[in-house]
Design a binder for this molecule. Structure first.
Ligand code: NDP
Length: 493
């Protein structure tokens, strides 16, 4: 038995509706299996359309309580949730590693990251100002715009960051004055239950935050289509985002979708930091990241040096069980992603690319989901690596000869979440920053970068709207203008 699996004895988890831990209305369940050990970690209620509706109804009943809660009290709840997370970081991180597959130190960093994420929003809530202006068309009129909660917000999250992504949506929607229904990914719901435990212990009033587990095709679609839902915060694949946009009607949408981020290495870049950033951005969390370096464009003048240093670096990485301290990279989270990675590698090789590191599953592991960190060189632009998100532990290298060519390749697939360039030349960096079409441009940093306060979101196929810091509060609210005709108020005698 692999190390750490003792703590993974099967547990029975529940959903959280109207302040109570409940089973599915028809008693159905599904198992969550660890990609790291192959063990069943727990059984979950397989929520139905009726469960989803019950959660929305509970949230709608709680709308007034959420809307009228003083900002001071909302802030206090946010702080208490963050404190509850802080109490059990290690325990939550172990579960996160077992259900996701990422190394324990990455899970610890992820759970820890949820805390400042929430605290930041609390501080932004305290300073959440809105415009006021004197009239232009009418004299003596004062306009004041007030933030108004949407009402009931649905948040749907993916499996790749089971703590950070819910922590960007669920608590924030409540802080903005909404009631919330949260549907986590079916591959990683244990972390979601832990977040709900923290919300419960923080004494968030019943119905204000609810969680329903179960398939996206039933629970997710029911929530998205529900006529009493006012807003949706979704993170996931572009194809799912498109489906949600079609079903949602005129609900306020915030969609955080797929990446395909390019990292451009110019001929004047320093090799060592560039290679460090390639390794970090391709292999952290097994490459399961919307802001992974999905495509590495290397200037032909520096190409051989970069590839040699990268291969040396990658060959030192240890693939292993996520709870082992020496593990650098764990397994791929699920079979469909593993098969996609294999498909993209085979496609590139068929088109003339060369696998220079990895390129196969790791034998002798507890499951067959372990895959070597992989470098594929001389990938042609028409390869799948350059047109569709791989979402796995791969560094596909494409050559280019000048900045125009790199920018054209970067923008071509119409994804635009995060893009990066390494160069010593500030003028080149700013030229790229202006011409690359993405929500974030990283200069001398990997594509894989973010902070708690930057307006986060994509251009084109990478999404709609912005989150993080005050932008999440804006995403989950409307602006309502109140106009006063001050001139019509009598002047006291
Ligand atoms: P999916 O789109 O497959 O699933 C995301 C969530 O949506 C899950 O909870 C899923 O439920 C649910 N879902 C599935 N189908 C529907 C539907 N028709 N209606 C409503 N909900 C549905 O994404 P993945 O989980 O595979 O996540 C990986 C993707 O997320 C990548 O493309 C990645 O780039 C993107 N992502 C984007 C980020 C960003 O900030 N832009 C951040 C992180 C990831 P179930 O699990 O039950 O299927």
């Amino acid at each position: 038995m692999a190390k750490g699996t003792k703590s993974a004895a099967k547990r029975a988890f529940k959903m959280y509706i109207d302040g109570k831990w409940v089973d599915s209305e028809d008693g159905g369940t599904f198992d969550v299996v660890s990609p790291a050990s192959g063990q069943v970690l727990g059984s979950f209620p397989k929520g139905t359309a009726d469960d989803a509706k019950a959660a929305v109804e509970a949230a709608v009943r709680a709308q007034d309580a959420a809307r009228t809660m003083p900002i001071k009290e909302r802030a206090r709840l946010g702080v208490r949730i963050a404190e509850e997370i802080h109490r059990n970081i290690k325990e939550y991180a172990v579960d996160c590693s077992l259900e996701h597959g990422k190394p324990l130190r990455e899970s610890i960093a992820e759970v820890e990251d949820a805390i400042p994420n929430i605290q930041w929003q609390v501080e932004d809530l305290k300073r959440w100002d809105s415009p006021a202006q004197e009239g232009f068309s009418k004299e003596n009129v004062l306009y004041m715009s007030l933030h108004e909660p949407l009402g009931t917000v649905v948040t749907i999250t993916p499996w790749n960051f089971p703590w950070v992504l819910p922590a960007e949506f669920v608590v924030q929607a409540m802080l903005a004055g909404n009631s919330v229904v949260f549907k986590p990914a079916s591959n990683t719901p244990i972390s979601a239950v832990h977040l709900m435990e923290c919300i419960d212990k923080a004494r968030v009033p019943p119905g204000i935050i609810n969680m329903v587990t179960g398939p996206g095709g039933e629970v997710g679609t029911t929530l998205v289509e529900h006529p009493l839902v006012d807003g949706i915060g979704f993170t996931g694949e572009t194809t799912t985002g498109l489906d949600i946009a079609k079903r949602a009607g005129l609900k306020k949408l915030t969609l955080e979708l797929g990446g395909l981020g390019p990292l451009i290495i110019m001929d004047d870049a320093k090799v060592e930091p560039a290679v460090e950033d390639i390794a970090f951005g391709c292999f952290t969390t097994t490459g399961h990241c919307c802001v992974a370096n999905e495509r590495i464009f290397v200037h032909e003048e520096i190409h051989d040096k970069v590839v040699k240093a990268l291969v040396d670096r990658v060959k030192k990485m240890r693939v292993g069980f996520p709870l082992d301290a020496e593990t650098d990279m764990g397994p791929i989270n699920n079979r469909s992603t593993l098969l996609k990675v294999e498909r993209h590698v085979a496609d590139a090789v068929k088109r003339g690319a060369k696998v220079v590191a990895g390129g196969k599953r790791v034998p002798g592991m507890p499951t067959d989901l372990y895959y070597y960190p992989t470098v594929v060189d001389d990938v042609p632009p028409e390869a799948l690596f350059n047109t569709a998100e791989t979402f796995g532990p791969t560094a596909p290298i494409l050559r280019f000869s000048d900045l125009d060519e790199a920018i054209e390749m970067a923008n071509a697939p119409r994804y635009g979440l995060s893009m990066a360039i390494h160069t010593a030349n500030l003028r080149v960096a700013m030229e790229a920053a202006k011409r690359l079409k993405a929500g974030q441009i990283c200069i001398n940093e990997p594509v894989y970068s973010w902070d708690y306060f930057n307006p986060w979101g994509g251009f084109r196929n990478s999404g709609l709207g912005r989150i993080a810091g005050r932008w999440s509060l804006d995403a989950f609210s409307e602006l309502k203008t109140v106009m006063f005709n001050v001139g019509r108020s009598p002047w006291p005698d």
